[in-house]
Design a protein around this ligand. Structure first.
Ligand SMILES: [Zn+2]
Length: 295
């Protein structure tokens, strides 16, 4: 349930919230035709697609970074006991994420930074937990870094106007309690978090999505949020998820990300891929292929 890898001097640990064959391909990736999916069966099955059910595997995971004395949590999953009516997989979870954080050397009170790629509900949930009758910051001694353009988008109510409310109730129960507690920092591309995460523009999936790059002793990794939901988007970068708010910008961000990840041999650390949950982008012909990570 947890995997660890060194990137130079920086330790990265994967924390598993859940994974399973939860998504109808047409729902998650409306641009993906059944024929195209079938033609990728050999490498997509069974870790990314279950042909017998015709369901895509979707994982929700968090990442922990140990760098010097800093302990950083990157994206915070769905969270426990969050009311998410209409979303059976996310509603009222009772998972062991806190126990696994402890096992990974990141007990909540020792976490120094929380870095969020974007503010969709499956990336902010563990920001808070239900304690003493209210949603309370899970990491009491951390600064929480919120992508500014996502925050402004939600704060102005535009997330509700544009018919794509992937932010959902989480803005009220998982983001605003952090802001109200004075624990938030607005995040913009070009910043650095905890002396080790470089913040890069990755908008398109959401208005303010960012990615976090680690560079240490000649090695590189990138926390890529939802630039890709499923590795088929590495082979077919034109395929957006149904949750990408700006389709053209999401494709442009994905293409630039794939080219740079391949050319720089960057380890890609996404949130939603199936087993082994991370990997490399390699050039193949005029395009790209996915190389799963051997932990
Ligand atoms: Zn997501």
């Amino acid at each position: 349930m947890i995997d660890t890898r060194m990137i130079g001097d920086v330790r990265v640990t994967r924390i598993h919230e859940y994974s399973g064959p939860t998504h109808d391909p047409k729902f998650l990736l409306p641009d993906l035709s059944q024929e195209l999916l079938e033609s990728n069966r050999e490498w997509m099955s069974p870790h990314h697609w279950i042909p017998l059910m015709n369901k895509l595997i979707l994982t929700v995971q968090l990442w922990v970074v140990h760098a010097g004395s800093n302990i950083i949590v990157v994206d915070t999953g769905v969270g426990n006991r969050k009311p998410r009516e209409g979303m059976a997989r996310m509603h009222n979870l009772n998972s062991l994420v806190l126990e696994w954080l402890e096992a990974a050397g990141a007990p909540p009170d020792k976490v120094t930074h929380v870095a969020l790629t974007h503010l969709h509900m499956d990336h902010v949930g563990w920001n808070t937990r239900w304690l003493d009758g209210r949603w309370t910051p899970t990491f009491p001694n951390a600064r929480y870094y919120l992508p500014q353009d996502d925050f402004l988008f939600c704060e102005s109510g535009r997330n509700k106007q544009e018919g794509l409310d992937v932010f959902g109730a989480s803005f009220e129960d998982s983001v605003m309690p952090i802001v109200d507690a004075g624990m938030s920092v607005m995040l913009k591309p070009g910043m650095e978090i905890g002396d080790c995460l470089q913040v890069e523009d990755a908008r398109g999936h959401s208005p303010g999505q960012v990615a976090f790059r680690i560079r240490s002793r000649g090695e590189e990794a990138i926390f890529s949020g939802d630039i890709c939901h499923n590795p088929i988007q590495i082979v077919h970068p034109e395929i957006n998820s149904g949750y990408c708010i700006w389709p053209d910008q999401a494709r442009k961000t994905r293409m630039e990300f794939l080219a740079s990840s391949a050319d720089r041999e960057t380890l890609v650390l996404p949130v939603h891929f199936g087993n082994p949950y991370a990997g490399f982008v390699r050039r193949e012909g005029a395009g790209f292929r996915f190389e799963p990570l051997l932990w």
